[in-house]
Write a protein of this length. Sequence first.
Lengths: 327, 355
Amino acid sequence: MKISFAEGLAKAIYESLAVDPRVMLVGGSFMGLNMNARKLMEPVVRDYSDRILATPVSELGLAGAAIGAAMCGQRPVVDLGTGSFIFQAFAQVVNEAANVHYMSGGQSNAPVTFYCLAGMRGMGAAQHSQRTQAMLGQVPGLQILTPGGAEDAYYLMKWALLESHNPTVFINHSLLFNETAEFTPGTPMLPLGKARVRRQGRDVSIIASSITVPRAMAAADALERQKGVSAEVLDLRSIVPLDRDMILQSVAKTGRAVIADECHRSFGVAAEIAASLAEQGLSYLKAPVRRVVVPDVPIPFSQPLEAELTVSSEKIQAAAVEILTSA
Amino acid sequence: MSEHPKELIEPLGKASGKVGSAERLKAMLRIRRFEEQCIALAKAGQLPGHYHVYIGQEATAVTACAALRPEDFLFSTWRNHGHLLARGAAPERMMAEILGRASGYAAGKSGTLHLSVPKLGVPTTSALVGGNLPLAAGAGLACKRRGSGIAVVFFGDAGLEEGAFYESLIVAKVWQVPILYICENNSIPPKQRKRGQYTSSTLPAARLGDVPSALQIPAESVDGTDVDVLTECFDRLVAEVRSGGGPRFVEVCCNRWPGNIMTWPELPGGEWQLDWAFGGRPDRAEMVAWLPSDPLLRHLKKLVEQGVLDRAQVEAIDTQVRAEMASAAKFALDSPFPTAGEAYRDVFAEADGRR
């Protein structure tokens, strides 16, 4: 059966509440202002309103309380609303949640999920378009999930709510709700930390996550159609843990890597992957690695300015063509 | 493209030194008509993205700004159109910015959310709940150090739910900073909330002013629908802050305009009609119910009853204001979008001061 990203998310939340009474929702929007997607949350509200907390606009307090509850036996997910608002909660997420287990010498753990509806969503301007996976990736102790497909929205959310032992940042890109994927109920999840090969290819590896997954797929289709290029698309699914083995395997096969990511260029997710390739995969590379990422500028409001900075399918294609023709 | 407009208009009261009742009416009407243009442009698909309007709260911006001097600093929020217009921003430049055009104040970078005009003492606009509160305390500190001016910060009732509110009050009080906190409470009781309307604050304090009071910041509450009451209140509080009295807090009680819904604002009953002050009624029940707390309508009725203005004079003012705002919309629509290179400018300042 086909499910949409929003359906996968709502289903995961509903089933997790049903399975484990420790699961609780700190805030319950999850779908932002997407009215169709919001309807999918109605069963959750109908059946589990006693486990949905009404939330004041107090991100730091909400995140901190969820971390506290998690350390004391609950399994909360905090809806931080627009993903950029995680900054209001940073002190608790970064300096408390991430350190709890380590600081206690492994005695305490905080299985809390921070849900962020993040990314360049279109006219969000500088304060509502943040992608925080790269900077959060600098914080040992945080797991960072970045699903790019509907089945992974389901599996990864369910994993975070029911199985994770650690604080998890679940980054859901605002523009993914309508993406669909094949889904067979009852099949086990591809383990966390494994990248998903979305498309097999021989000539170039396109390494993607979150919103860049559908864009990489579109780029791969166009490359095949227009240039006869066979592109492999890797969906990382999570930034932490990062599946370096699969990245290296894929590049060993294709000899070329385009890394598509919505974080800023410098010190970003793509930078980390490029560094891993330089350290461990240099002999595989037939051409320089290309990062297709957001330049190091804040996100402007005006549509053509935002478009200039957006990691589009066209830019991914162009980067692939460039490294295929340069060597 | 139209001729480039002047950057600023004359701030309220600057010329006369004193703001009259009719002037305040016009200032409120300008905000109302400006935002009706926003809503029309959004309906026409010209205003992309999320935006918020100030309809029903205009009296607060107009009376507060009338008490300010050019050297003062003002901080607003995502609901900033009224504050900026009342402070003297040019509607053409604002509208161009709201539409993401090159001739906007930020060359398209801010949109509606972060509209700011440093020349008017509005250095930045945060669209994060509570984001402006610590900044405003810092502006007040700057005023104290240079020995002139005050800071005024506008925010909504939900701002009190952020820790930033509490911390801002603490530093402002400890340093005796000249700052006026203006909380525009446009909350709505949960039972009266229609589906799709924004939620309201959930602060478990009996009165919003109890929080600043506990920190020894004098707090009061005022009717946000009465221009004369607001004028007295802001003139007095601004004078107290200006004379070194330290921070003040005021809760302005507004009654939520029914078109203020979460996704995109709507105009229930269409554009606001002067006729509603002369016996006419909107054709939507929620507007009929709300109009007694419309500060614009209240003030207009009062001026007519007092004989300050007659219907013909009011119509003339409205015609002029409508033309001004239609021309602002036209200017914005005629302006080009910024070129792609603009995206890379202004990341770091290269000199002291702005281009």
